[in-house]
Design a protein around this ligand. Structure first.
Ligand SMILES: Cc1ncc(COP(=O)(O)O)c(C=O)c1O
Length: 442
């Protein structure tokens, strides 16, 4: 837009979330990568594209169609209507999601407690919209946190209070303290959002004993937990996976957020939420929280594309509803890349003469992300310089904190690159770090 172009609306007159860093973050990162298309991207948390297969999409659709007719007994015209017409707000693959959760996660859930959504992002939005009842409501979230959560909270005017993550994944003493502090200030903490498995961006996972303690605390404090789990299926080397919070949840404390973006196809835009909490409606009838979420969904996206759901459903059916089984190749590619990245960092940043390292990094047990700590603050200007002068992209960790304090760390992602690209990217990152240290020293 030019300076002389006529302006019809002022952003100051639109929702206050517009222009907020949480909402502009994703656009900024996309813009940088568009401006420097030749740069190696260790920024994108996208799944590996080499396994995408258009022919398989057609097959999945056919598989689900046959399932409707052969397994569920629909007449051909009913099956056609289910796939092509407006449909059930809560979705048409809920029974397969319930089976998937039983097979892969040991979670027992009634299909009626599930809402199939337009990606996990919509699921987060629906839950936050429902929970934000008034101006005293706040959301707790383990920091650093996924920016899509912070942005969704902004859009529903729900303040986000950080809870310390730390090496255990969630600092329970801090969680209890934040709950108390909020209540003492007359506020109502509605829930705590977290990713117990290979979190984005920290890569940290919570061990089983700590999960149990968290559930106990949530029970004592009567707090809901929003468990987001897009990366749990990707442990290094098929390593063991602790039970999800939802699998351990005997008191309906956990709202479980699921995504098929990383385990099937991001382009399908299908996710879901398991919301089995009982809610008494205005008529006194008790139903699942999922029904309230569906009411909101009916006014946001009406229903999730049945064609997209069918693609997901077909993929599930072709693997006995196990995404663990469906993602063998993906798991080994991510394992290979994570190993390669960590080894590459160790080669390029050996400890100094005193044994201390100026550059440090995490070694996650799975997932897509490694956090690199450097001896200077990492901001958007440095990312721009990195892309322009060195041809490598990454994500400033500052984007995952809901304040303006400087952060001396960046996030690298291994999911959408080859080992060769990792090598090139790390060489360029090392050059950037050398330059930046020299610039600051001189
Ligand atoms: C932690 C987390 N939650 C949710 C999402 C969004 O998932 P979806 O693509 O299904 O909307 C992402 C995507 O990167 C994510 O990292």
């Amino acid at each position: 837009m030019t300076a002389t172009e006529r302006v019809d609306l002022a952003v100051a007159d639109l929702h206050p979330a517009l222009g907020d860093p949480a909402l502009t973050s994703m656009n900024f990162l996309n813009e940088v990568s568009e401006r420097y298309p030749a740069a190696v991207s260790l920024a994108a948390g996208r799944p590996y594209e080499e396994f995408f297969d258009l022919a398989a999409v057609h097959r999945h659709l056919d598989t689900f169609h046959r399932h409707l007719v052969d397994d569920l007994g629909h007449r051909p015209e009913q099956a056609r209507r289910l796939l092509l017409q407006y449909g059930r707000t809560k979705g048409i693959v809920h029974h397969l999601i319930a089976r998937n959760l039983a097979v892969d996660e040991g979670i027992t859930v009634d299909g009626e407690d599930i809402v199939v959504t337009v990606g996990c992002q919509e699921a987060m939005f629906l839950v936050l919209r429902a929970l934000r009842a008034g101006p005293t409501d706040v959301l707790l979230a383990v920091a650093p946190t996924y920016v899509g959560l912070t942005g969704a909270a902004r859009l529903v005017d729900l303040p986000v209070w950080p809870v310390a993550g730390g090496p255990s994944g969630i600092d329970l003493a801090d969680l209890a303290a934040q709950v108390r502090r909020a209540r003492a200030a007359g506020l109502r903490p509605r829930a705590c959002y977290l990713m117990p498995d290979f979190a984005n961006p920290s890569g940290v996972s919570i061990d089983t004993a700590h999960r149990r303690r968290l559930l106990e605390l949530a029970g004592q404090e009567e707090l809901l937990l929003l468990e987001d789990n897009p990366y749990g299926l990707f442990p290094v080397d098929d390593g063991s996976r602790p039970p999800t919070l939802k699998a351990l949840d005997t008191g309906r404390r956990v709202v479980y957020l699921g995504s098929f973006a990383k385990t099937v196809l991001p382009g399908a835009r299908v996710g879901y939420v398991v919301a089995d909490q009982r809610v008494a409606g205005p008529d006194g009838r008790v139903g699942p929280f999922a029904d309230q979420l569906a009411m909101i969904k009916s006014m946001v996206t009406v229903n999730t594309s049945p064609i997209a759901q069918a693609v997901i459903g077909g993929r599930l059916l072709e693997h006995g509803c196990s995404l663990v089984a469906a993602n063998t190749r993906e798991r080994s590619a991510y394992t290979r890349n994570l190993r390669h990245l960590v080894a590459g960092l160790a080669r390029r940043f050996p400890p100094g003469a005193d044994g201390a390292a100026a550059v440090r990094w995490t070694v996650p047990a799975g997932g897509f992300f490694v956090v690199v700590t450097v001896p200077f603050p990492v901001d958007d200007a440095l990312l721009d310089r990195s892309a322009r002068d060195h041809g490598v992209l990454w994500t400033p960790m500052a984007h995952f904190y809901d304040d303006t304090a400087p952060v001396h760390a960046l996030r690298l992602s291994v999911s959408a690159v080859t080992p060769e690209q990792i090598d090139v990217g790390l060489d360029r990152l090392a050059a950037l770090i050398t330059d930046e240290r020299a610039r600051r020293a001189g």
